[in-house]
Design a protein. Structure first.
Length: 550
């Protein structure tokens, strides 16, 4: 065998190629990182051929292009990051995976599909000759292995064959490295998923344990303080439960703490019941536990509300019996009174409160939370009735209503020391309440202030009031019935307002001239002296009786 048979076209012994392949294989075997593998391949290829540069591209089939991933000897950033559409230029031709390709002078080669922007990058790098081989495994194109010179050069078939040999090894190594990297990523993902699952299982376990303990509290006795005490064992910070009015419902520590807080809403069916605060910044798992505590707090609030509603209905029923049947035996009703802390023999006040229907539930809840010694309430059509032995009820109610920004409008009767007199006290409290509403006033009116009117109304309630007492104002009532007017009401408000036309206009939402016209019509029907003594008192009492008994 002659010496030339053991050398390549460039005069290198074949042993050098074999050593290069062996060194490359050794590097590849020792490296698991894809980028390290690619860098080893281009460095060995450039050193073996002695070219100005070598680079390796990877093909993105989805985008239809190949891009330089690693290079050795390239000096310009544009060339190091070059992206070439498949089928264009030299790199794009090679990366299709069909066959090796070369040009001795790239920019002057008319057979190449040139792209102006890429040609500018090639020109800036000073590249003239380019040769490369595709990197394929099992017919699948991975990219290209390319060498280049800054002067014209024609690569021999032996050199192309040598690069192709390196490329075949490189393709297998690259495929293995990419598979290894993918498996490593998959292993990392599985490990992270395993850790997340473990965290989730721990969280679910903690939630289930917390739920079991909270459910016991809610179902046995829905106490908010106990719920927060149980919740405090699951989160690392003190808890504060606030109601809709930002009032504190329960707490495990300093309510006024200035520490940074985490907060979750306490709600049900879209209704906001309040908020639950932790005096500290919570992690996501801790916040999830806080939300579970808030959910059970909402259940406890709803249970308590349901119990209060049922108790209010029962109190309304009992008080209704006391009012409707004042002469009936009340032994069983007295037992019910004791249930709410009221002894039938002790003095009782009956209070009739003006409460808007939309606000009734909130205000009843607030009154119940006052801490009075004992109280019974009833919800009627247009008011709430309160029965209490507490002599300081007015001070407590006034403080509550002032603090909440509510107007207190109440009629009161009492004290009475016999449950059989509750019906009479309720009627008198209603009369006092009605007088305030009629006059558009707020505050508290004692039924004792009604004086003679109270006696007359009591006669009217029993059906014993002489018809002649209201006969003097019958012309007004007849006129109103015949013409659909409101002269009777106007006359009553006029006398209640001490003859103030301005006040009557404001209360009845009328123009002052309209009030004066009505007063002229009243005078025509009753006589000019209807609002002067001595007839004024007679007219006033008659109108008050009619208004109160209407």
């Amino acid at each position: 065998m002659c010496m030339n048979d053991m050398r390549g076209s460039a005069g290198r012994p074949r042993e050098e190629l074999l050593q290069t392949l062996l060194d490359t294989a050794t590097d590849i075997a020792a490296l698991h990182d894809v980028e390290d593998v690619l860098q080893a391949i281009v460095r060995r290829t450039r050193a073996f051929l002695g070219t100005d540069m070598a680079y390796l591209s990877l093909t993105d089939h989805d985008r239809g292009e190949t891009y330089i991933r690693q290079s050795d000897g390239v000096t310009t950033p544009g060339y190091r990051t070059l992206r070439q559409p498949l089928g264009t230029g030299v790199l794009g031709q090679i990366a299709r995976g069909v066959a090796p390709y070369q040009t001795s002078d790239y920019l002057a080669d008319p057979s190449i599909h040139h792209i102006d922007g890429i040609d500018d990058v090639v020109r800036a790098e000073g590249v003239r000759a380019i040769m490369g081989v595709p990197l394929t495994v099992g017919g699948r194109a991975l990219g290209a292995l390319v060498v280049a010179e800054r002067s014209p050069r024609a690569f021999t078939p032996e050199e192309i064959s040598d690069v192709d040999s390196i490329g075949r090894h490189a393709a297998v190594a690259l495929d293995n490295s990419m598979r290894f990297a993918e498996l490593a990523r998959l292993a990392d993902d599985l490990q992270r998923e395993k850790e997340q699952r473990a965290e989730q299982l721990d969280m679910i376990g903690a939630m289930l344990e917390l739920d079991d303990r909270l459910i016991d509290v809610v179902t046995i006795a829905p106490d908010l303080d106990r719920i927060l005490a149980v919740g405090r064992t699951a989160v690392p910070y003190d808890l504060v439960l606030r109601g809709r009015e930002e009032n504190v419902l329960a707490a495990t520590g300093d309510v006024a703490s200035t520490a940074e807080t985490s907060s979750v809403p306490v709600r049900t069916r879209g209704e906001r019941l309040g908020s639950l605060l932790a005096h500290g910044v919570l992690t996501m798992p801790e916040r999830a536990l806080l939300e579970r505590i808030a959910a059970h707090a909402s259940l406890a609030i709803l249970f308590t509300r349901a119990q209060a509603d049922a108790d209010l209905r029962l109190q309304t029923e009992v008080l209704g019996d006391l009012i409707a049947r004042p002469d009936a035996p009340h032994e069983h009703l007295e037992r019910w009174l004791r249930r709410w802390g009221i002894e039938p023999q002790e003095p009782l006040w009956v209070v009739v409160l003006d409460v808007p229907a939309a606000e009734r539930h909130r205000r009843v809840e607030a009154i119940r939370a006052l801490g009075t010694r004992s109280v019974m309430m009833a919800s009627h059509d247009d008011h709430v009735c309160l029965v209490t032995p507490d002599a300081d009820w007015q001070e407590l109610l006034q403080s509550l209503f002032t603090a909440r920004g509510w107007a207190l409008t109440a009629g009161v009767a009492g004290p009475v020391d016999d449950v059989s007199r509750l019906a009479d006290a309720h009627s008198r409290a209603q009369l006092a309440h009605g007088s305030l509403i009629t006059l558009g006033r707020t505050g508290v009116m004692d039924s004792a202030e009604l004086g003679m009117l109270g006696a007359l109304l009591d006669l009217a309630r029993r059906g014993e009031m002489p018809a002649s007492l209201t006969a003097g104002v019958e012309p007004l009532r007849d006129y109103d019935r015949a013409h659909g007017t409101a002269l009777t009401r106007t006359a009553f408000v006029f006398l209640e307002s001490d003859g103030s036309v301005a006040r009557v206009a404001r209360l009845l939402h009328l123009h002052r001239n309209t009030v004066r016209q009505r007063l002229d019509r009243i005078s025509a029907l009753l006589g000019d002296d209807w609002d002067a003594s001595p007839r004024r008192l007679e007219m006033h009492l008659a109108l008050r009786v009619i208004d109160a008994t209407a």
